[in-house]
Design a binder for this molecule. Structure first.
Ligand code: FO1
Length: 321
C-alpha cells in the first residue's frame, strides 16, 4: 500500500487529488491542507482550502467555480445584506453556511480543527485523510497600498475576492504561522510517507503557508523519500488564481523554473513542467532537481490522472537514482 502525502491548497490541489485517486486508487493518501486562507465571518470560521478538498473529493463541489457547494442558494447571504451586515463580497451559500456552523460549534465546544475536519469528512468520505496543517490559528494577510490609508495589510480573502488581486502585493504574511505547531498526525504522515507531492497549488499562499509552519519543511526535507512537485504556472502564468501576484511579492519570477528554484533542491527531488515550458527542463535539472515536461493543463479527470501518474513515475525514477 503506497503511502502518499500531498500538500494541498484550494482548487488546483483538489482537482489534482481527484486525478491522483484515479491514477492510484489503492494508495493511502494523506492531504495536509492549507489553513492560511481561513477567515472569520459572521461569527463563523470558514476554511476555504479544507472545504474545497472535502467538497471536491466528496462530490459536493460547485464544479465550474472550483469552490463552494453545487446547487447552492443564497437566502442567508441576502438576509444578512438586508440587515446591512457585511461583507457582501464573500459569497457564502446556504449549504456552505451549514459547514461553517458545525465547524464553529465544534470548535466552541473545544474540539481542535483537526478533529472537526475529521468529523466533517465522515459525512463527505473524500477517500483521503484530510489534516489541517495546524490546529492553531493562521491567517494570511497581504500588504497593499491604498489611496485613503497608504500601505496596509488586508486579509488574503479580501485581496483575492474583493480586490481580485488587482493591486500589487508588497508582502504576504501568514499571520500566526511562526507560533503554530503541526496538527496531530502531520509529522507522522510525512515520516511514514513513501512519496510526497506538491500539487499545482499556489506556491506562496498555499504550499508556502504550509511550509511556514515550523517543523513541516524540515520534516519533508529529512523524510528521505522522493518529493515531486507539479508547476502551477504554465507559460509564465497561473492557470487559475493570482500566483503571479504573490510570487512577485516575494521576488520570484512567474516561471515554472523559478518556482522550482524557489522550493529548492533541498526540498524538491523532481519537478513536472508543462510541455510549453520544455525549455525550462535544463535549468531545473542544473539545480539538482529532476525535471520532465508533460501536459499539465487539468482539462478533465483523464488529463489530471495522467499528470498524477507522471509525478509518481518521476518519484520512482528519483528513488531508483
Ligand atoms: N472565491 C471568489 O472568487 N469569490 C467568492 O465569493 C468566494 C467565496 C468563497 C466562499 C467559501 C469558500 O470556501 C471559498 C470561497 N471562494 C471565493 C474561494 C476562495 O477565495 C479560494 O478557495 C481560496 O481561498 C483561494 O484558494
Amino acid at each position: 500500500m503506497q503511502r502518499i502525502v500531498v500538500l494541498a491548497g484550494g482548487t488546483g490541489g483538489a482537482r489534482f487529488l481527484r486525478g491522483l485517486q484515479q491514477a492510484a486508487p489503492e494508495a493511502d493518501v494523506t492531504v495536509i491542507g492549507n489553513t492560511g486562507d481561513d477567515i472569520h465571518l459572521f461569527g463563523l470560521k470558514v476554511c476555504p482550502d479544507l472545504d474545497t478538498v472535502m467538497y471536491t473529493l466528496g462530490g459536493g463541489i460547485h464544479e465550474q467555480q472550483g469552490w463552494g457547494r453545487a446547487d447552492e442558494t443564497f437566502a442567508v447571504k441576502e438576509e444578512l445584506a438586508a440587515y446591512g451586515v457585511g461583507p457582501e463580497w464573500f459569497g457564502l451559500g446556504d449549504r456552505d453556511f451549514a459547514t461553517h456552523i458545525v465547524r464553529t460549534q465544534m470548535i466552541s465546544a473545544g474540539y481542535p480543527l483537526s478533529a472537526v475536519t475529521e468529523a466533517l469528512c465522515r459525512r463527505w468520505q473524500p477517500g483521503v485523510r484530510l489534516l489541517p496543517m495546524t490546529d492553531d490559528r493562521v491567517e494570511t494577510h497581504v500588504l497593499i497600498d491604498t489611496e485613503e490609508d497608504g500601505r496596509r495589510a488586508v486579509h488574503f480573502q479580501e485581496y483575492w475576492v474583493r480586490l481580485r488581486a488587482g493591486v500589487p502585493a508588497h508582502a504576504v504574511v501568514p499571520v500566526g504561522a511562526d507560533k503554530a505547531t503541526p496538527a496531530p498526525g502531520v509529522l507522522e504522515a510525512i515520516a511514514e510517507a513513501d512519496v510526497i507531492l506538491f500539487p499545482p497549488s499556489n506556491p506562496v499562499v498555499s504550499i508556502g503557508t504550509i511550509l511556514a509552519v515550523p517543523g513541516i519543511r524540515e520534516a519533508i526535507a529529512e523524510a528521505g523519500v522522493p518529493v515531486v512537485g507539479l508547476s502551477p504556472l504554465i507559460g509564465g502564468g497561473p492557470v487559475h488564481g493570482m500566483a503571479d501576484k504573490v510570487l512577485a511579492a516575494i521576488g520570484v519570477e512567474s516561471t515554472a523554473a523559478a518556482v522550482a528554484q524557489h522550493y529548492g533542491s533541498g526540498l524538491l527531488d523532481g519537478w513536472l513542467v508543462d510541455t510549453v515550458d520544455a525549455d525550462a527542463v535544463g535549468a531545473v535539472e542544473a539545480d539538482g532537481i529532476r525535471c520532465r515536461a508533460v501536459p499539465l493543463l487539468m482539462t478533465g479527470p483523464g488529463t489530471t490522472a495522467a499528470m498524477a501518474r507522471e509525478a509518481l513515475t518521476l518519484a520512482g525514477e528519483v528513488r531508483a537514482a
